[in-house]
Write a protein that binds this ligand. Structure first.
Ligand code: ACO
Length: 315
């Protein structure tokens, strides 16, 4: 992995402002205590997964010192594409002026970025591409029920991108471990959508149920990734978790015996940006120069499906 970039919409909305704007019976205290979230960014009218993804990709390419013309694969994880098709990835490809290679979207809800990394890594290893842009881009504000305080306070919009390249050496993705169990599809889903109602569809979540699955499934994916590479929990230098809830993030940090400053945490400021949350967190950490060559990074996520997974990589 060469570098990471991110983009957040300009409209920064605090919990108090959100409650005022949408007339919600909630409080900053309730939201912070249960989730850690203090604020989120919301896309402006006209801003989409592709327009944000293009900005995140540009920053990632610039930081990596890679020209867009070198990219031969664009893989976008999103549950909120601009439209059913063309794929958001193809729109981003065009926006970056790339006219070769391939581009497609992938949907695994909040685990989308881990799935996309897994696919990109496999395609690089089998020689189907050499330089890949892997992007998570989401506009959840468009699928939220703004009258449902149990869900609409939890999410934000944004995009993050990383550049992967086939290279010899120690650095790069060691392995990814992805899972799904559709029996639990009903506890976190979008009700309706273009293939059923013709409309956009709105997000529904049984938060407690999701919470119950989160820590056990994430812990098992993390252990699977470490065992597959002959590593132990103490070997990890940085945890870059999906940013859904501070309590889940802290629980995972403790399981890995990591000091809090070794856990990249953005949920307070970004809220849950679904597939964009991990690359956005990576982009921030890269901007702050936190990862050093040789550091072992552990990425993990769980989301609608249910889907979950983990990726281990050497920076
Ligand atoms: N403001 C004020 N009160 C609220 C709000 C709100 N925004 N939302 C719910 N409440 C009330 C409920 O109505 C309920 O009231 P009642 O007891 O009178 O019925 C009370 O607060 C408790 O509600 P719960 O849903 O039981 O609250 P809980 O402690 O479980 O916290 C939360 C909810 C934060 C959603 C938690 O369950 C959670 O974090 N779950 C995991 C969700 C998650 O991580 N999802 C993302 C992973 S997948 C993905 O990223 C898409």
């Amino acid at each position: 992995m060469l570098s990471a970039g991110g983009y957040l919409p300009a409209d920064l909305v605090t919990n108090e402002e959100l409650a005022r704007r949408y007339g919600l019976d909630t409080s900053d205290e309730w939201i912070q205590e249960r989730t850690g979230i203090r604020q989120r960014h919301l896309a402006a009218p006209g801003e989409t997964a592709s327009s944000m993804g293009i900005k995140a990709a540009r920053q990632a390419l610039e930081r990596a010192g890679v020209d867009a013309a070198e990219v031969d694969a664009v893989i976008v994880a999103t549950a909120t594409p601009d439209s059913s098709f063309p794929a958001t990835a193809v729109r981003i490809q065009a926006g970056l002026g790339i006219t070769r290679g391939f581009a497609f979207d992938l949907l695994a809800a909040c685990t989308g970025f881990i799935y996309a990394l897994s696919v990109a890594d496999a395609m690089i290893r089998t020689g189907q591409c050499r330089t890949a842009l892997v992007i998570g881009a989401e506009t959840y504000s468009r699928i939220l029920d703004w009258t449902d305080r149990t869900t609409c306070v939890l999410f934000g919009d944004g995009a993050g991108a990383v550049v992967l390249r086939a290279e010899e050496g120690e650095a790069g993705i060691l392995s990814s471990h992805i899972h799904a169990d559709g029996r639990h599809g009903g506890i976190l889903h979008v009700e309706g959508g273009p293939g059923s109602t013709g409309g956009t569809g709105l997000l529904r979540m049984a938060g407690r149920e999701v919470f119950k699955h989160a820590v056990t499934k994430l812990a098992s994916a993390v252990d699977e990734a470490l065992t597959a590479n002959g590593l132990e929990r103490g070997d990890v230098n940085w945890l870059v978790p999906h940013q859904a809830n501070i309590r889940i993030i802290e629980a995972m940090g403790k399981k890995l015996h990591l000091a809090p400053e070794r856990v990249i945490t953005t949920v307070q400021r970004h809220a849950n940006t679904s597939a964009a949350s991990i690359p956005l967190a990576m982009a921030e950490a890269v901007g702050e120069g936190r990862f050093q060559p040789g550091d072992l990074l552990l990425l993990e996520a769980i989301g609608g499906g249910l889907t979950w997974g983990a990726t281990l990589l050497r920076w």
